[in-house]
Design a binder for this molecule. Structure first.
Ligand code: ATP
Length: 770
């Protein structure tokens, strides 16, 4: 057999054709998801089609089904809504509509469909998949298609991406768009809060969520609301009005000048009667409060996606393509979800079933079951909301006098968003339990001067939305005077210490731990709550403030890119913070679509620069001129001592030979944030309260919670609280110092973000050049 013959007998490998669509209500993050599917599809050698206008595009076909190219999805990361359109399509609900859809798919040669939408869209997708063989049969038996035409399309490959602001899909912890909607709600409630406090008014804010209270619950935590109404935990039909009055009037009595109540649109009481915003308003009016209603409506869907959603959508979009390529006729259609912060595939049919189960449980008044079907962080968040808001009346969780503790909280290192939110949460919790929470002013320098004051309810109640550090923070360490630190801890009879901050906080704790044989007071339980934009604290995958930093960078980079839209040929080298850790740079590179990212972990050299220059030439050569913004290169501030931001810009400019210009852009302290993001605020509550429960446990006054996701117990007293996946863990500072910390470079050794680097290079086109 000659070589040519070998070619002949080889089965012809047909390029896979993947179609991607967005369906149902639009959600921020859908465009980044489409971009990821298109580019990953092309990267893996497939043809990718966009289906315009949701299922309508499939039903009607023609121009609504078009092949898309790499360049078509440029700028998609920063676009809100969905650029390929979405619709609620009645025809697809009927078999006749789905028959048309099947016909259009076959005549366009589509092998697989990636649907990004909510539970309705994915229910439709699942039905389409299950009916597919019979639809194909009908198309043949009615003579519309021949057996030969349908032969390659015996099985339909469908992959679901959950794009929905409600976060109402089961089997995934979070859906694409939910955190963006939460951010919008939080911003709006902050705005309303300012006017409410000015006039001493009450506001009832209605948010989306027909069967799911996630938005209302998280918004309640993020905005320091007085009361929330969510469908999974309905209040008693008999008592809710009185409960609402009790909580709101108590907070007024503490001195609060505003009242905020968040109502999910699907709010009910435990007899399943709807609770409307109007009814809630009437109760507050009875209390004598000047009350207004704000129904946020479509504002919640608006705007560009937050950093978290851009990342989630991008990583899941790539995973969807990989799933298409891996599937066999026997693989059940997957939904791409995220469980414990890891991207997972879950059988679509089961996810749809479980989602329906929540609504059914609520309809059957099985509220514990409904709550049980939500993920554990939902449960913990509800518990935390109760403990700092409802149960601060001195009756529910107040400790016996002999069990009340004196605890100190201190801020260490550079300011970052989240320090105040965490302090507020632990202060409110402490007050409700009868503990004394002392705020240490001005870090360890302040502690050495005995600068501690007891934090009061009214003093901290507005700190959830304040960036920076109200207590004052600096880089001073306990080693400046261990004796004085010990003296003042003893003088105030401190029984637990919470150190909130970055690598200096970690170092401080290790210093105190190392000195405990000299100073017995250092044997009290001590916890570091990681808070730093760099996210470089050993023992955690996330630090408070890093989400705010990334969102500041997203806004900054979007603006910088757009500023070049008229000149069209400009490359910005953006220098980001992060110390010696490449986390922020890598994350930022992924979510801004940077063409290259330079981190301390991946050394910059001339070869790398040449490769990036080649990529820039290629990108500018394919520039069609109509939708082009500036191109980005992200450089971490410590990526190289030789290749500075200026030098990289100069090298690129020198070698561009006039094909493009370069500029540097250094956002600097903007990254430390102004107002913390909703995500940082919610996590601040979670970290701070779990840390406080840890201190309580060691002092013998902890409470056991049946269904917490978090491993509270630790045999060590000096720990860093951290998150791994979605689980809170306490790790001994000694162990971290010995095994995980890179003390010289002030960071942890584990790189938990390398998947972001790989995907970033794939979608920027860098890997295609190799
Ligand atoms: P959101 O969470 O934003 O409401 P969704 O995907 O749940 O998004 P739906 O309006 O419920 O939004 O569904 C979108 C589209 O999916 C519908 O217009 C319809 O075309 C299709 N669809 C929904 N449910 C079904 C079903 N049971 N059978 C067939 N198609 C369906």
């Amino acid at each position: 057999i000659s070589l040519d013959d070998t070619e002949l007998v080889k089965p012809k490998i047909r390029k896979k054709k993947i179609a991607v669509m967005t369906s149902g209500g639009d959600a921020p993050g859908m465009n980044p998801a489409v971009r990821a599917v298109v580019r990953a599809g092309i990267y893996y050698g497939c043809d990718v089609f966009a289906v315009y206008e949701g299922y309508e595009g499939l039903v009607k076909g023609g121009d609504l089904l078009k092949k898309v190219e790499w360049a078509d999805v440029r700028s998609y990361l920063s676009l809100g809504g969905t650029h390929i359109g979405t619709a609620r399509c009645k025809e697809f609900r009927e078999r006749s509509g789905r028959l048309e859809a099947a016909y259009n798919m076959v005549i366009n040669g589509i092998d697989a469909l990636v649907v990004c939408g909510g539970d309705g869209s994915l229910t439709g997708a699942d039905l389409f998949r299950s009916e597919w063989p019979s639809l194909i049969e009908e198309l043949v038996s009615t003579g519309r298609l021949s057996s030969k035409q349908v032969a390659p399309y015996k099985h339909l490959t469908i992959v679901g991406l959950v794009g929905s602001i409600d976060n109402d899909m089961s089997c995934t912890d979070v859906t694409i768009g939910a955190f963006s909607a939460l951010e919008r709600i939080t911003e709006m409630v902050d705005y309303i809060g300012a006017t409410a406090a000015s006039h001493s008014r009450a506001f009832v804010v209605e948010v989306m969520g027909r069967h799911c209270g996630w938005l209302a619950l998280m918004a309640g935590l993020a905005t320091g609301a007085d009361f929330i109404f969510i469908p999974e935990r309905p209040p008693s039909a008999q008592n809710w009005k009185q409960e609402l009055k009790d909580v709101c009037s108590r907070h007024r009595a503490y001195g609060r000048r505003k009242t905020t109540v968040i109502v999910a649109e699907g709010a009910i009481d435990d007899e399943l009667n709807p609770i409307t915003s109007e009814e809630v308003k009437n109760v507050l009016v009875e209390l004598g409060l000047d009350t207004r209603i704000t129904i946020l409506g479509h504002v919640q869907r608006g705007g560009t996606a937050v950093a978290f959603d851009r990342r989630l959508a991008t990583m899941q979009g790539v995973e969807a393509v990989r799933a298409v390529l891996e599937m066999t006729p026997n693989t059940p259609s997957p939904m791409i979800g995220v469980l414990k912060n890891k991207i997972v595939k879950y059988p679509l049919v089961d996810a749809v079933k479980q989602t329906k189960a929540v609504a059914t449980a609520i309809d059957n008044k099985e509220f514990d079951k409904a709550m049980g079907l939500r993920d554990t962080s939902f449960y913990d968040s509800y518990r935390h909301f109760r403990s700092i808001t409802y149960d601060d009346d001195g009756s529910k969780q107040l400790m016996d006098t002999d069990k009340r503790l004196n605890v100190a909280v201190i801020h260490v290192g550079a300011a970052s968003a989240g320090l105040n939110a965490a302090t507020r949460a632990v202060a409110l919790y402490s007050i409700s339990r009868g503990h004394n929470l002392y705020g240490v002013h001005d870090g360890f320098t302040g502690l050495c001067q005995g600068n501690l004051t007891k934090l009061e309810w009214l003093e901290v109640e507005g700190w959830h939305s304040k960036g920076g550090s109200e207590l004052g923070t600096n880089r001073s360490l306990p080693s400046q005077d261990f004796g004085k630190v010990a003296y003042y801890l003893q003088k105030f009879n401190i029984q637990g210490l919470m150190i909130i901050g970055g690598f200096e906080a970690f170092t401080s704790l290790h210093e105190l731990y190392s000195q405990r044989s000299h100073y017995p007071i250092f044997e009290i339980p001590m916890v570091v709550v990681p808070a730093t934009v760099s996210n470089n604290v050993p023992g955690t995958e996330y630090s408070l403030g890093s989400d705010t930093c990334l969102n500041q960078l997203v806004s900054y980079c979007d603006a910088v890119q757009q500023s070049a839209s008229s000149s069209r040929r400009r490359v910005f080298v953006v220098e980001v913070q992060g110390g010696h850790s490449g986390y922020v740079a890598s994350y930022c590179g992924l979510i801004t679509g940077a063409l290259a990212t330079y981190t301390p972990e991946s050394k910059i050299n001339l070869n790398a620069l040449q490769g990036d220059l080649d990529l820039l030439f290629k990108v500018f050569a394919s520039d069609r001129g109509e939708d082009h913004n500036g191109k980005l290169i992200i450089r971490n501030e410590q990526a190289s001592s030789v290749f500075s931001t200026e030098l990289i810009a100069d090298i690129l400019k020198e070698n561009a030979n006039g094909r493009f210009e370069t500029r540097t852009a250094i956002p600097g302290h903007v990254q430390q944030g102004y107002t913390p993001t909703a995500n940082d605020r919610v996590m601040a509550v979670r970290f701070a309260l779990q840390a406080m429960e840890f201190i309580e446990d060691w002092n013998g006054c902890g409470v056991v919670h049946e269904r917490s996701s978090d491993k509270k117990k630790s045999k060590h007293k000096h720990v860093v609280i951290g998150i791994h996946g979605d689980t809170i863990e306490f790790t001994s500072v000694h162990k971290l110092y010995e095994t995980e910390a890179n003390v010289e470079l002030r960071k942890g050794k584990t790189i938990h973000w390398d998947d972001m680097i790989e995907v970033s290079d794939m979608l920027s086109g860098k890997l295609l050049l190799k």
